[in-house]
Structures are given as C-alpha cells and as structure tokens.
Design a protein. Structure first.
Length: 444
C-alpha cells in the first residue's frame, strides 16, 4: 500500500463528516476530485475508488438541512439546461446506440445535478471566490505540470491531460487550460499578498507554455481569441497588450520548428488528414440531424452510423466540436437548447456587470464576471474543435455566473444572500442554526 494512497484516504475520509455538516465544503471537494482527479496520481487502491461519487452523495444529502441555500432558485436558473436534459432522455430512447446512450445520459445527469447543487450554495461573494479558486487551480495544476515539462523538453514533446478524464486528449487539455488563464488573472485581484501574486504570475506563465506544449492548433486559435478579449475586458489594456506581444515573441523563439510547421497547417487544411476527418465527422453529424429530429443519440459515432450517413464511411471519428456534438447527438432542437443555455449564461454575466458596476465595493465582482466572459470565449472558440460539451468546468462557470447576477449590491463579501420574506420586507438568511442564535442572543 503506497504512502500516497494512505494519506489521500485519511484526508478524504476525515473530510466526510465535515461535508455531511457543511454541503459547501462537500461540493468544493467534489469539484476538486472531479477536475483534478488527485486519486489518479496514486498507484494503489485509491486509484479506482469512487471518491467523487461518495462526496457528491454526501453533499446532496447534507443540502437537506442546510439553511443557507437557494435550491429552487438554482433550478429556475438552470431551466433551459433541465429542458435540454429532458430532450436528451427522448434522444436516448431513439438513439442509434441505445446501450451507450443509456450510460452516457446518467453521467450527464450527474454533471447537471451537481451544477445546480453548486449554485444553490454560492450565496455569498466569499463562497464564490473560494469555490472558483478550487476549481480553477484544480485544472491549472495540469498546466503548471505541463509547462515545466515543456520547458525541460524544449517544446519537442506534447503535453497530455490526466488519463481517463474528459481532458485527456492534448486538444481538449489545451482548451481547458485556455479557459483558466483569465480566471487566474482575476485571482491576482482578489489575492493581493505578494507571495500569492508571485505564485499566480508564475503559474499563469507555465499554463500558457503548457497550452503551446500541447501542439494543438485549435487551442492556438482559442488562445488568440481569449487574449484579445482579455485585453478588451481588462482594466490595464496597454499592460496586457504588451504582455501578449512579449509572450508571442518568446513563443516564436522558444518553440521548435516542427511546432510552427504544425501550426502553419491551419491554412492548408485541404491537405491535412486530421482536418479532413473533422470535416467528414461534421458532415455526418449534419446529415444525421437532417434525417432524424432526435439526432443519433449519445455516442452515435460508430461504423453503423457512418456507414449510413458519412460522406466517407471509412473515416469514423467523434464530432470533434461542441456544436456538432450537440447537433449530431440531439438534432436541431438539441443544438438550439445548447446555444440558448450558453446565451443565457452570457446575458447573466452582462447583467452582473451592470448590477455591480455602480457599487463601490463591487469591483471584484465586475472583474470576475468579465473574466468569466473571457474564459467562455476560449470555451466557445476552442470548443469548435473538441468534444468537451459535457465537461464539468464550464457548467461550474455557469453556476458562478448565475450566482454573481443574484448577489445583492453593497453587501460585504461574507454577507448571505437576501431573500424576499414578504412584500416590502427583506431579511438575510442566517448561516447559523436557530438554536445557536438563541444561545448567543438569548430568547426573544
């Protein structure tokens, strides 16, 4: 039994009673386990143990007695996603591969359910900050690790994601890391300690190096789009523009020639086998959606589907795009619901920026909303070339976006959200049990 397994087991077992009492803690640990997969860094019994599932169940159970939560409001915020899930149930019944679809819809249900649960406990700015920091650093860990690997290897070897995860592929990892950069820039604003800022600056640099180290062409486009929007949204446009320019020069000097040969093939996609496979997969998804209202169902990509619908039935590939993934698996109604949901998230972020911009204490909230927009730009651009339409992280960002839009103006970072008690009266939801309040203040 490896020492690493024992330490991880003791930490996670010791945290279960805390998660049972405080669902916010359980949800943070669940996000850490799901995004970073720390148990996959061990070699013993902890490697295959379903830690995330255990913490997810405990967190959901503990929500039953949590006072500081907004479960019904969270369900209402995710109503389009719930409608999409209902449509997924229909498409799964009509799927080209029913066995695979039945397994996949359960996985997606877990992701959506935990996103709703997460929003229900993000009732204060402090909770938003803590949760998002956990989620961002969980993903950025692989960028820090991959950046060091790229530097030591001179950029000659590709960086890959954690085995068995949604972001295992180099292209998917690159998009995931691109999404973390603007959020780490936001962390510079909320963690002003010198050591924290120095660590974050170094981490951002390594993550960007790791993105280049994946040798992903789609991620290069996402990185450029993210960088340009980051300059537009930033309060220090000139400074970020200079950093962007210096980074581009250093990348040209550092990355090997074969890396730039691969990037140059973006303009020669007609002769690129990988690009040809993507076009074939996209046309297949389009033909399936045109022929079947419900699409092909989850994980339709196989010999049977490509034999019936693909221009080239011998080149079987998944959709390689969040948009064609939604279209091919769930038809045109599915794509409309997918786009409507992310459009709603973007509007929620705009509403949060307008809501908190006039608040003297709302600078960090405005900055966070703007950086989530930049992060989602990386997702929406880079996602055009990879299958990460059901990855947890973007849905956590959606939960944070909805939470920001609901935070009261002028409240301190740790103040609970305000709910409507009855017309004309607003009262805070106390984070302490009633019995504790009585012990502190006496009977009323």
């Amino acid at each position: 039994m490896a020492i690493r397994d024992i330490v991880l087991m003791l930490l996670l077992l010791g945290g279960l009673p805390v998660a049972l009492r405080f669902p916010f803690f359980g949800i943070c640990v669940y996000a850490w386990l799901g995004l970073m997969n720390p148990h996959r860094l061990s070699w013993g019994f902890a490697y295959d143990f379903p830690w995330a599932q255990v913490y997810g169940i405990v967190a959901l159970v503990s929500l039953a007695w949590e006072r500081d939560r907004r479960l019904l409001a969270s369900v209402a915020r995710f109503r389009i996603l719930i409608a999409f899930l209902a449509w997924m149930a229909v498409t799964s019944l009509m799927a080209l591969e029913p066995a695979r679809a039945s397994v996949r819809i359960v996985e997606v249900l877990k992701i959506y359910l935990m996103a709703i649960a997460t929003l229900s406990v993000l009732t204060t700015e402090r909770r938003v900050r803590i949760f998002l920091s956990v989620a961002v650093l969980s993903v950025a860990f692989f960028g820090i690790k991959g950046g060091l690997f790229t530097v030591l290897g001179g950029g000659n070897f590709r960086v890959w994601g954690p085995p068995g995860s949604v972001i295992e592929d180099n292209n998917q990892l690159a998009v995931a890391l691109t999404m973390t950069v603007p959020l780490m820039v936001w962390m510079l604003k909320v963690y002003p300690a010198i050591w924290a800022r120095a660590a974050l600056v170094g981490a951002i640099g390594l993550v960007i190096v790791a993105i280049l180290g994946t040798h992903s062409r789609g991620a290069l486009l996402a990185l450029v789009a993210m960088g340009l929007l980051l300059i537009v949204k930033s309060e220090r446009k000139v400074a970020f523009a200079m950093v962007f320019l210096i980074g581009a020069v250093l990348a040209v000097m550092f990355m090997p020639e074969h890396f730039w040969d691969r990037m140059a093939s973006i303009g020669n996609y007609e002769r690129d086998k990988s690009a040809y496979g993507r076009f074939n997969a996209w046309q297949t998804a389009l033909r399936i959606a045109d022929a079947r209202l419900t699409g092909g169902g989850f994980d339709y990509a196989g010999v049977r589907a490509f034999a019936a619908y693909a221009p080239d039935p011998t080149d079987v590939k998944s959709a390689h795009s969040i948009y064609f993934q939604a279209l091919g698996e769930h038809g045109w109604p599915g794509l409309v619901l997918f786009l409507a949901f992310w459009g709603g998230v973007w509007l929620a972020l705009r509403a949060a920026i307008r809501r908190h911009r006039a608040d003297p204490a709302g600078g960090a909230r405005v900055a966070l909303a703007a950086m989530i927009q930049v992060s989602l730009a990386g997702f929406l651009v880079g996602g055009a070339f990879v299958n990460i339409g059901y990855w947890d992280f973007p849905f956590y960002l959606a939960a944070v976006a909805f939470a920001l839009a609901a935070l009261p103006v002028g409240a301190p970072a740790s103040a609970p959200a305000v709910v409507q008690a009855r017309p004309g009266i607003r009262r805070p939801v106390s984070p302490m049990p009633v019995a504790m309040t009585r012990r502190m203040h006496g009977p009323r």
